[in-house]
Design a protein around this ligand. Structure first.
Ligand code: TRP
Length: 449
């Protein structure tokens, strides 16, 4: 993009937070977080998760925003501008590749939300017991073609919003709908807590059993933090590049981290008490959310309407996340390969549909798309969240701490000295030493266990 042509950007401060929070809050919070927590020891996972958010959430997010805003470039271009003729743009390429991979399996689950909107409107869950609802989910997600069609519809929707441009696309939708999602989660949490035996779910969620903390739990929590906050592959570098120079990046990072974590914990408070109350196994994985939630709606006054609104909002939350993922790929094609925005969107969307179709299909029993015991879908999830995001985040903080350096960092987060930020030294210390060390140690311990 030529420098004298004004870059597209976000319009207001709340717009940036809403868009970045829109990227962060999604299926990662409401679907993936409960799955990972249920599979990795409940309260122990939550404790590790919160500790990692606290120590690494804001610093890593700030690193990405700073790199993006400083260079006014997206992932690959940002590294190239700051460190020409080096290997650093590879981190950018890794990010683009990772966005593509995440998009491929994320859009599968996003497609399910559309199927569930249709089911909700048809009052499909009414009067059914847990077994029937679980069976329906299994039949559906194993159906192959139905999955693939919904996934294609979802990728198409994502492409449509992207095509309409950054500011009037992403910003407009996120601003109104994300707060609404929060509200409905609170209503659901209250309902869930009043179900019989719900306290067992709270114990599972909040009481850590320290003996359960293993290398696997650590790497799962680390991967989940990066996944949930959309960090480690350049979404936030891209969004940083759209952020005006007078925005307070530190407070943006803090708001996004806090709201994302709040939604994840709230999702846990909705899911686990209800799951224990209905007898859904906490380690059931995919079915955990898609069977527990309809059961809650079945028990609620006005459940029919709540169910419809909830799945619509979940689809929108997924959409604001897929937009951010596809945007990384599209922005790369536009800025680096000089494609028009239209063609970049078309190619990126078609690519995601193609790879995504294999991911969806791999969930069918007997499908050949398995690597060892893992389906292709699970492989994409594993490789992106537990390998690529930690590696990406590692290099991003190393880059900021050791290559960009303190002066540039301070300059950028204080808006050239206009803002006071007393903790900037501490944040820089974390970025330079603690974050790379913590990521490396957790990463290695995960693979040794
Ligand atoms: N954070 C989103 C979620 O929790 C998913 C997502 C969007 C993402 N963009 C990302 C994950 C970039 C990793 C990297 O649903």
């Amino acid at each position: 993009m030529s420098d004298n042509k004004k870059r597209e950007g976000f319009g207001s401060k709340f717009g940036i937070i809403a868009a970045a929070a829109g990227s962060a809050v999604g299926l990662g919070n409401i679907y993936r977080f409960p799955c990972e927590l249920g599979n990795n020891g409940g309260g122990a996972f939550l404790l590790v998760y919160l500790l990692i958010v606290l120590c690494l959430g804001v610093p890593v997010m700030l690193s990405e925003l700073v790199i993006g805003r400083r260079t006014q470039k997206t992932t690959v271009g940002a590294f190239r501008t700051l460190k020409p003729k080096s290997g650093w743009p590879l981190v950018g390429y890794l990010g683009v590749f990772c966005a593509f991979i995440i998009m491929a399996f994320y859009s599968t689950v996003s497609g399910w939300t559309l199927e569930y909107i249709v089911k909700a409107i048809g009052n499909d869950f009414q009067g059914k017991d847990l077994e029937a609802i679980q069976q329906e989910f299994t039949l559906f997600h194993e159906s192959g073609w139905r999955n693939i069609i919904w996934q294609a519809v979802f990728v198409f929707l994502t492409g449509f919003v992207i095509f309409k441009g950054v500011a009037n696309g992403i910003e407009k939708y996120s601003k109104v709908l994300m707060p609404l999602l929060l509200l409905i989660l609170i209503v659901l949490a209250v309902k869930s807590l009043t179900l019989p035996d719900s306290s067992k779910g709270l114990v599972f969620l909040f009481k850590p059993d320290f003996s359960k903390i293993t290398g696997k739990v650590l790497i799962s929590a680390l991967g989940q933090v990066f996944f949930s906050l959309s960090m480690g592959m350049g979404v936030l570098i891209t969004y940083g590049s759209y952020t005006p120079k007078d925005n307070n990046l530190a407070s943006t990072a803090l708001s996004v981290t806090l709201s994302d974590t709040l939604v994840a914990v709230l999702a846990g408070v909705v899911i686990f008490p209800a799951a224990f109350s209905f007898g859904v196994q906490p380690n059931e994985g995919m079915g955990l959310v898609f069977s527990t939630l309809p059961m809650i709606f079945n028990q609620m006054a006005g459940g029919y309407f709540f169910c419809i609104i909830f799945f619509i909002l979940l689809a929108v939350a997924a959409l604001t996340s897929t937009i951010s993922l596809l945007e990384v790929v599209v922005a790369y094609l536009v800025e680096e390969l000089k494609l028009s925005r239209r063609w970049a969107t078309v190619w990126a969307a078609l690519g995601c549909m193609a790879v995504g179709a294999f991911a969806s299909y791999s969930l069918q029993t007997g499908s050949p798309f398995h690597i060892g015991k893992l389906s292709f879908f699970d492989c994409l999830d594993f490789v992106s969240a537990k390998i690529m995001l930690p590696i990406g985040a590692f290099f991003i903080v190393i880059f900021l701490g050791w290559i960009m350096g303190k002066t540039t960092f301070f300059d950028e987060i204080t808006n050239e000295g206009k803002l006071k930020l007393s903790v900037k030294g501490v944040i820089f210390f974390i970025i330079k030493y603690l974050a790379p060390l913590a990521i490396a140690v957790i990463f290695i311990s995960g693979f040794l266990s």
